[in-house]
Design a protein around this ligand. Structure first.
Ligand SMILES: NC(=O)C1=CN([C@@H]2O[C@H](COP(=O)(O)OP(=O)(O)OC[C@H]3O[C@@H](n4cnc5c(N)ncnc54)[C@H](OP(=O)(O)O)[C@@H]3O)[C@@H](O)[C@H]2O)C=CC1
Ligand SMILES: O=C(CO)COP(=O)(O)O
Ligand SMILES: [Zn+2]
Length: 350
């Protein structure tokens, strides 16, 4: 296989622990930033964390502005970018959608970006990719600048609804099928494959399953454990330069559900249920995945996702049309309706 020059971008500083959000201003100063900082946040997370972030920045002499976003869409990215003219730094304070929008807007404006997650719900915290909805194309994985820093306050993260933490665990469990899909594409299509990225991604998934019993509601140590795993999964994405080690057919299923279901569940929750079914298609131990998700209190059925079975079946038949360039066990033709129904029933998802 031809060897092209590669660049791996990683965060320079990762701050995790209780109360670290109060050090945001000092951290930005130590990283030699000055001037005006744009804080991108969400409608709930503004009060939960962004207010404190702004207070900490202003106490260190930074000027600040903030903008609230709802959706991880190209419109949100452009709206944020338009407000970045005289900024020297962008902070994303919130869940995965806020972080992706802030990351992508900073990338387009040529600015540095710091990730301030308020929930351990996704492995985009430290990754150099942004998942953005773009019109008819649906969800696309865009190349973005790596966060220069991560500030993960475990006091805030553990107070977030437990569902978000369980969803983050499920997003990591999905690395199992993502790796199987990546290997398949490597064998069939000679797609570039990184042993080290795959090994890190799989090890992270194994570790989170091993620690499942230690993940408890309200326990700061649990938040720390999941955050560490999400960052390590994000670093696997950085090494690969693509989200391949953490996103395969199970993610295609989740992206399809986002388009089809009237009320989609959380990203990680949907990916977890997708992992059960895709593992069955790979001929692997889908019960092991199901049991692991159950231990983590993550959903394993359509009912627990709050999604009608008919949308699960439709998403299964459409999943292969998402990110067509990303070859997976779904192949180029995808599942027939009958096969989709059989798969969902066999794995007790519906
Ligand atoms: N770039 C990458 O590599 C990756 C990207 N992703 C993307 O991330 C997104 C999923 O992220 P996820 O966080 O699950 O979803 P959201 O960003 O939609 O967050 C879910 C909800 O949780 C709320 N929330 C966040 N933190 C708290 C808190 N501390 N207390 C109470 N509520 C809180 C948010 O509030 P608010 O309304 O304020 O936003 C939002 O309403 C998807 O778009 C997915 O594609 C996922 C994995 C990797
Ligand atoms: O969610 C991801 C990894 O968990 C990456 O998402 P994509 O499916 O957008 O590449
Ligand atoms: Zn994901």
């Amino acid at each position: 296989m031809e060897m092209n020059p590669r660049k791996i971008e990683l965060p320079m500083e990762i701050h995790t622990g209780p109360g670290v959000i109060k050090n945001t201003g000092i951290i930005c100063k130590d990283l030699r930033f000055k001037g005006k900082v744009m804080v991108v946040t969400g409608y709930k997370t503004f009060n939960i964390a962004a207010k404190d972030v702004i207070g900490s920045l202003e106490a260190e002499g930074f000027e600040t502005e903030y903008v609230k976003v709802k959706e991880a869409s190209m419109e949100s990215v452009m709206m944020v970018k338009e407000n970045l003219e005289d900024m020297s730094l962008v902070l994303g304070v919130g869940g995965g959608k806020v972080i992706d929008v802030a990351k992508m807007a900073a990338t387009l404006a040529g600015l540095s970006f710091i990730s301030v997650p308020t929930a351990a719900s996704h492995d985009g915290i430290a990754s150099p990719r942004a998942s953005i909805r773009d019109g008819e194309r649906g969800s696309v994985s865009m190349k973005a600048t790596s966060p220069i820093g991560v500030i993960a306050d475990t006091d805030i993260i553990i107070k977030a609804p437990f569902r978000l933490l369980a969803s983050g665990c499920a997003d990591i469990v999905s690395n199992y099928t993502a790796i199987l899909d990546w290997k398949l594409a490597h064998r069939l299509l000679n797609e570039r494959y990184s042993e080290s990225a795959a090994a890190l991604s799989l090890m992270t998934a194994k570790m989170i399953i091993k620690s499942a019993d230690a993940i408890k509601e309200g326990l700061e140590r649990s938040a720390r454990l999941v955050v560490k795993s999400l960052i390590s999964s994000g670093i696997a994405i950085s090494i690969a330069g693509t989200s391949r080690p953490a996103s395969g057919s199970e993610h295609k299923f989740s992206h399809a559900l986002d388009r089809i279901a009237p009320k989609p569940a959380l990203h990680g929750e949907q990916c977890g249920v997708g992992t059960i079914m895709m593992m069955h298609l790979h001929g692997g131990d889908w019960r092991f995945i199901k049991d692991a998700l159950k231990k983590m209190h993550a959903p394993t059925t359509a009912y627990e996702l709050g999604i009608e079975p008919e949308y699960i079946i439709e998403a299964l038949t459409k999943a292969h049309t998402i990110r067509k360039e990303r070859y997976t066990i779904l192949g180029d033709r995808g599942l027939t309706r009958e096969a989709a129904e059989k798969l969902a029933k066999k794995t007790e998802v519906i």
